[in-house]
Write a protein that binds this ligand. Structure first.
Ligand SMILES: [Cu+2]
Length: 191
């Protein structure tokens, strides 16, 4: 998935460059595009200029509330996420970065609103958490984070289809089942 996004970005970036940059800049671009690290540089931004830390923090609070079967705390974390998303400063992002960010963030916000509005219905909150976790995974992979994070997987979540979640700890604490099956799942990789 990441490779597809990055390849698409490189192509997009090259197209935009061809239209807008001078011949000389274009040559500089072409010479760097061949290096694999360029793919990352295009996307990665100065962490002091743009950070998804607030979003990740809210996500982890939500995840931890779900592991404790605490629907009200999950709703609070969902509401906090909506506030965080509204405050994110996108000015330092390039047009391409902003498009990627906004596509993901719009989706995260929708899930956060549903989770915030469904205190008392943890099953429904967990349905939205399946999709939000995919978004957070994409955000972290695209924009990076200074914190060490793990991508965990539960094969039984989402009606047996399996689902990932992102965690700040290596121990498995399952947000999809909570106390019912707290240690179901495994670490897939470090992010
Ligand atoms: Cu909903």
């Amino acid at each position: 998935m990441r490779n597809i996004i990055l390849s698409a970005l490189v192509i997009l970036f090259t197209l935009v460059s061809c239209n807008q940059k001078s011949k000389q800049q274009e040559e500089t671009m072409d010479s760097t595009v061949n290096k694999t690290e360029t793919e990352t540089t295009i996307v990665k931004v100065n962490p002091t200029a743009f950070s998804i830390k607030g979003i990740v923090d809210n996500y982890l609070s939500l995840k931890n509330a779900l592991t404790k079967d605490d629907s009200d705390a999950s709703a609070d974390a969902g509401k906090a996420m909506v506030v965080t998303l509204e405050k994110i400063d996108m000015k330092k992002l390039s047009a391409e970065q902003m498009k990627i960010y906004m596509d993901i963030a719009d989706d995260v916000k929708e899930h956060a609103e549903h989770i915030g509005d469904n205190g008392g219905n943890i099953a429904h909150q967990r349905e939205h958490f399946v999709l939000m976790s995919k978004d957070i995974n994409d955000l972290v992979k695209t924009f990076g984070t200074e914190q060490k994070l793990y991508q965990d997987f539960c094969p039984m979540a989402d009606g047996g289809k399996g689902a990932i979640w992102i965690s700040e700890v290596k121990d498995i604490k399952n947000p999809y089942f909570g106390s019912e099956m707290l240690t179901c799942g495994s670490v897939r990789k470090e992010l």
